[in-house]
Ligand binder design. Structure first.
Ligand SMILES: [Zn+2]
Length: 327
């Protein structure tokens, strides 16, 4: 799932590329009966109001809060995109393909007449050069298309269809459930080591790995970066946060910042299907020291430990069995 560095990359790049454009059209294939009555574009009724609310509006700003991309529009409206498991936003030239199925499956192959009806299937394809990274297979699951006045589009590729898209009044941001109750941003200048300690110790008896990933404690940290910051700081993921000594917590704070900043510098992690808005891979996956390196020798100089894997709070933790201490 995209974490703080991936979502930051997406928001920063999109802010540079789509700011100032006017929305001309919106298309989605998300329609799902399971979302009937829900505030989500997967509910067809909600999608119609979403369309009405955003068409004709101008993009003012793209920013991030926790793991959400927030797109501020003219008219006091914002769009929230949570990419969830496999979603990512892309920007480029797209064209619409229409595939028609015949009503009667027994019709001969030679039948050239294709009937346009409710069986009509549409899809959007990148309309770019053959070498374009937008043609990468992970960029082909297009579920939402927002067209701009310059002929280009912002699209959401989402293989497993878990992403969430809603709109809201920008002035009521703190009231919407997706943003209400989120913990502080770990890279904010105002978030000091004392604030970090205070937050982490709100869950004194839980394993620190689990605490780091709780959005109400600290926003934006997930499985990959929590493993990496714990490896770097030498703290065992199972260690209860109350038992971590002051100096080790201080180290964890600085390792957290270091790891997240490195992730941003490398445009995120594409070990799974995350891609930048240009459709390209980020670079953090080549920097893993613990994450998904189970069985390998610990890369810490002179350590001699081995990377192990363990389930904590339903998630896989990867850690060195030697230098990561369980206080
Ligand atoms: Zn080690």
């Amino acid at each position: 799932m995209p974490e703080l560095p991936e979502v930051t990359t997406t928001a920063t790049v999109l802010h540079e590329r789509i700011r100032g454009f006017t929305i001309r059209g919106v298309w989605s294939s998300y329609n799902s009966v399971f979302h009937k009555g829900k505030n989500n574009i997967k509910n067809i009724v909600y999608f119609e109001t979403f369309k009405k609310a955003i068409i004709g509006k101008k993009i003012l700003r793209v920013r991030r809060r926790a793991k959400n991309v927030l797109i501020d529009l003219s008219g006091g409206i914002s769009i929230l995109v949570h990419m969830k498991m496999t979603g990512h936003l892309l920007y480029g030239m797209y064209r619409r393909n229409s595939k028609f199925e015949t009503l009667n499956p027994k019709q001969t192959q030679n039948s050239k007449r294709k009937i346009q009806n409710e069986w009509e299937k549409e899809e959007w394809m990148p309309d770019e050069k053959k070498t374009s990274p937008l043609l990468d297979k992970f960029n082909r699951f297009i579920r939402l298309v927002i067209n701009f006045s310059n002929g280009k589009s912002l699209v959401l590729s989402d293989m497993r269809k878990f992403a969430k898209v809603v709109y809201y009044k920008t002035s009521e941001e703190n009231k919407i459930p997706d943003l209400d109750g989120l913990g502080p941003e770990p890279l904010e200048k105002s978030f000091k080591v004392a604030n970090f300690k205070h937050q982490v110790r709100k869950k004194p008896n839980l394993p620190v790995k689990q605490v780091l990933m709780m959005p109400e404690i600290i926003a934006g940290i997930g499985n990959i970066y929590s493993d990496e910051m714990l490896w770097l700081s030498g703290i065992h993921p199972l260690c209860q946060s109350a038992k971590i000594p002051e100096n080790a917590l201080k180290k964890l704070f600085s390792c957290m910042r270091q790891v997240l900043k490195k992730g941003i510098k490398l445009s995120g992690d594409s070990m799974s299907d995350y891609r930048t808005p240009s459709g390209e891979k980020g670079g953090f996956q080549t920097e893993h020291r613990a994450y998904r390196r189970t069985g390998e020798k610990c890369p810490k100089k002179g350590c001699g430990g081995k990377i192990q894997r363990m389930k904590i709070g339903g998630r896989s933790a990867h850690f060195c069995d030697k230098h990561q201490l369980r206080y």
